[in-house]
Design a protein around this ligand. Sequence first.
Ligand code: C2E
Ligand code: MG
Ligand code: MG
Length: 567
Amino acid sequence: MPKSASPDTKSMVLAAAGAKDALWSWDVASDSFSTSARFRELLGLTEQPLRGTPEDWFERIHPRQRDRVQRVVERFLSGKGGVLEVEHQMRHGNGRWLWVSVRAREHRTLDGTVTHLAGSLSDITGQKAHEQKLLHDALHDALTGLPNRTFFINQLEHHLARARRTPNHRFAVLFLDLDRFKVINDGHGHLVGDRLLKELADRLGQLTGSDHVVARIGGDEFTVLLVDVRGRQHALEQAHRVAEELRQPMQLDGLELYTSASIGIAMSDPKYARAEDLIRDADTALYSAKRAGGGTVVFDAKMRRDAVAAVKLETDLRRASERNEFEVFYQPVVSLSSGHVIGFEALVRWRHPVRGLVAPDDFLPIAEETGMVVAIDRMVLLQACRQLRKWKDLFKERELTLNVNVSARHFLLPDLVRETRAILGATRVRPDDITIEITEAVLLDDAEAGASVIKQLNRLGTRVCIDDFGIGWSSLSYLTRLPVQSLKIDKQFTQTMLSSDEDHKVVQAIVALAHSLNLSVTAEGIDGVGQLARMRELGCQRAQGYYFAAPLEASAAEELLHSDPVY
Ligand code: C2E
Ligand code: MG
Ligand code: MG
């Protein structure tokens, strides 16, 4: 410990020589500048020493920061004193830029005149780089390097503010979502999924150029801020160009992958106060595009109302489930050889306290999206099996089977087979008395998984039928690869086959193919005697439709069994 409280100058010179920070002193009166050896070392000035005036320092400051530093110093000198602190960049002797932090105090005479300004200078280049990286990371997506949501919102706010000042500044927000990315990700693994996202991010970046902002804001969701958009049509054209580019196949690890994107567009408008509102509307438009099976859609106010209605419907549906407002109706299935009713298709109805009886097409899409359809399907299966048990006990001599619909989403859940077995056990219904109806959508998502569930149901003894056959995306040939037992010709064909020669041929072809594959065929939507006769001629085994009966309440279906009509 030093004995004296005021150290001698020599000690201080030694301390300065060993310090990590550089020291300097500016004698204001003589305008001369002294620096420690460390100062010169830090700035790499051993060869070309800093001359003795503050201008030499200022010359080395980054040109873009010089004015700012000058202002800070002047403000400090004309102020009440204290500590001067400023950060700026300075040129190193090797030409590179260093970030430095400067700290100083002034010294005054009794009348207040500043005589000296003296302090330290530290190299904070490493710290700055670290801060910049943190800032960059906070605003960018790690996988693709694209700006993230925060950055995007920030830019959007900036354009909104600009549009408020200059009303003819117009722009658009595109909200993109890849179609079926999950299938690629699950099917080929996450590494391939990641590389696909990177590749798409690159394409988006190149395509849109530097004026626009492309961001990744979720798993497979991207946003694009298109600037200088002339109008709705122009925005649509640009979006189509983006969609077309993303549709181009890509080669990854020897795989050729195809993907496409659905796009929602929101146009700038003075009504938007917040960036989030524009993004929300672009997202609503995207949702609307997705519901229509993909493509590009520009937002309009009706979509917002629909979205609000969908949320209300969802809340209502949850309540409906708690209050047991779902009921099962039964549409008779007629054997075309005997003419008797040989079973029913169970079809769900919602007995809404205000709206009355609601048809499944009005609520199942939302139930599918929210996953509530699983509970609905299960309830229908249970209720229908109880009913079948009752009818089997009542009409002991009759052959009676039941068809139950299962949504694509539900079908691929691991529990379906176990649940079905449990319900059959609890209601004492034989597995071969029920048939599960699925649509081609099941197989579109994951044909292999779909086929495996079909096999498991078959092992249980339950049959599987393809519903609405003919309107899907698949070719007839895929039927050969599926272990199903029957198919239902969609009512669209039944109803036009008498007037359209083509549809007649389609029906003929479906029946012929089904027979060659040993599948039985049911015709849906028979609403006239002519269709019935034609289906009989073609060799179709079963039929359903308003001609026989619409879906009926259980009591009415029971009456029908009692009266036992022959068609
Ligand atoms: P789907 O399984 O193809 O059912 C046939 C639909 O055609 C029924 O409509 C039925 O009422 C209607 N239909 C029957 N005969 C005729 C006819 O002669 N002419 C016309 N134009 N239509 C006829 P619904 O009951 O409105 O059901 C619509 C769809 O909702 C069903 O189509 C099925 O895909 C789905 N669905 C119904 N109940 C359930 C269920 O419990 N679970 C699941 N996942 N889906 C269900
Ligand atoms: Mg059906
Ligand atoms: Mg159908």
